[in-house]
Design a protein around this ligand. Structure first.
Ligand SMILES: O=C(O)Cc1cc(O)ccc1O
Ligand SMILES: [Fe+2]
Length: 452
């Protein structure tokens, strides 16, 4: 080993002040090592791995799926050494499907003000998770849950993984650092993070309090949508997705790992940090993406296309074209359509639409759908612009105009979304939300022009 390599090792072992590094590309086969030469070359399982590391495969798809998604980890101890017997624990606000509470009506148009942490509450990524809706069935790996997270405290010597789900994280306030087995991801508002099923991590609060939204995907992984006639570019481009470089913790302190498994939570005590992967290669990894890199494509002459045109990521359901979840982004863009009602039209949708506001004003709801707030328009329930949006857009001078300072999103699923008791009874529900449509005027007066 040369002097430079030795120095690199010492630096890695000593470094606590971390600047995360990233590798570009969606779904790429990455390879990365935190210590030089830690990654075996030419084979996955040499008789003895460099540095005396253990080789371990993390499979994110069945072995026989094509193309398979898996990552080879080279770690100080194998994961199995990280687990003693599991003990069930209660995490009362983190719910899973199926959850149908007879006292909760999920049929309805719903809107919430931002969920806030109680003053002085100490909330971690686990205890601060507030489930709003669940859909499908976690046991059969279909459907999803939507959550708001409220984080006021870092996880210290506590780690977590979800065997149930891939987690799509959409920050709205504050900054979080995800220390994962495969490296470190820093995320803040306008960015998203995706944490694959089975990956161990802890969440550190960098700037708080932190709030955001999570889509917990029980089904097949998120992928980039086919762009069809749009061609090879625009929407979310693969190179803008970033996976972390390897980074490991060597810390022999009593720690816990909490596991979400079939909707239940279990904890196990261990004597060290489980984030001890020194090198890895593969295509099953966490990643982040900056939503401001999203290149919207839209109507250049007239009419308002379906919002599928704004899909960032889609999680297939097995029925082609009908997603388990579409993650859809409504961001800044120019509106140029002529003789067109430019905001979303009135509609009923077989898919269920859960929306959240990251910042700014959403064109269909100029008031009431505020940053940090959410709305739910469930399967086949009519909705559309409120009175102010309808009247304004019906009379607007249709010069090209920019929708500026706006970023909202939608978790759209083929499954009806059931409200949790928290969403129905504790979260700041806007009781009179449906009144936004109640005084829409009748413009019909029997004449072709109508009455305005
Ligand atoms: O309901 C919503 O605001 C989301 C939405 C936006 C749009 O442009 C078209 C359809 C749709 O459901
Ligand atoms: Fe809609």
């Amino acid at each position: 080993m040369n002097v430079q390599d030795k120095r690199a090792i010492q630096q890695q072992l000593a470094s606590n002040a971390i600047t995360p590094g990233y590798m570009p590309g969606f779904g790429n086969d990455h390879e990365t090592e935190a210590l030089p030469g830690a990654l075996p070359q030419g084979r996955n399982s040499p008789q003895r791995c460099p540095y005396g590391l253990y080789a371990e495969q993390l499979s994110g798809t069945a072995f026989t799926v094509h193309p398979p998604e898996r990552t080879w980890c080279y770690r100080i101890r194998p994961s199995v050494k990280h687990s003693t017997r599991y003990r069930r624990i209660d995490v009362p606000y983190w719910k899973s499907a199926p959850l149908i509470d007879p006292e909760v009506a999920s049929l309805g148009q719903y809107r919430w003000n931002p969920v806030e942490a109680e003053a002085g509450a100490a909330l971690t990524w686990i205890t601060g998770m507030r489930t709003m809706t669940t859909a499908g069935d976690v046991h059969t790996q279909v459907g999803m849950a939507s959550h708001v997270y409220l984080v006021t405290e870092s996880m210290v010597d506590d780690y977590f993984f979800s065997a149930d789900s891939e987690m799509l994280v959409v920050p709205q306030q504050g900054r979080l650092r995800f220390h994962t087995e495969l490296g470190i991801l820093d995320v803040e508002p306008t960015e998203i993070a995706i944490l694959p099923r089975g990956l161990v991590y802890r969440v550190e609060l960098i700037e708080g309090p932190a709030r955001g939204f999570v889509c917990e995907n029980y089904g097949q992984k998120f992928e980039l949508p086919g762009r069809g006639p749009i061609g090879a570019n625009c929407l979310a481009n693969p190179r803008d997705f970033k996976a972390p470089v390897a980074a490991f913790e060597q810390r022999d302190t009593p720690s816990t790992v909490t596991v979400k498994w079939c909707g239940q939570f279990h904890v196990t005590e261990i004597g060290q940090s489980p984030l001890d992967v020194v090198a890895w290669h593969g295509n099953y990894a966490p990643y982040k993406y900056d939503l401001t890199a999203y290149c919207p494509v839209g109507a250049l002459l007239f009419d308002h296309p379906d919002p599928s045109i704004f899909t960032v990521l889609t999680a297939p359901s097995g029925s082609p074209g009908t997603a388990n979840i579409d993650f859809v982004l409504f961001r800044e863009r120019w509106m140029v359509a002529e003789n067109t009602f430019r905001p979303p039209w009135y509609h009923k949708n077989i898919m269920s639409e859960l929306m959240g506001n990251i910042y700014g004003i959403y064109d269909a709801k100029p008031e009431g759908f505020v940053p940090g707030g959410m709305s739910l328009h469930n399967m086949m329930l009519p909705h559309g612009p409120d009175k102010q949006a309808f009247e304004g857009a019906s009379r607007a001078d249709l010069k090209p105009g920019k929708l500026d300072n706006t970023m909202s999103f939608m978790f759209e699923t083929r499954f009806p979304q059931q409200l949790t008791p928290f969403a129905a009874k504790e979260a700041p529900l806007q009781e009179n939300y449906i009144d936004v449509w109640s005084d829409l005027d009748v413009h019909f007066d029997g004449t072709p022009e109508g009455k305005w």
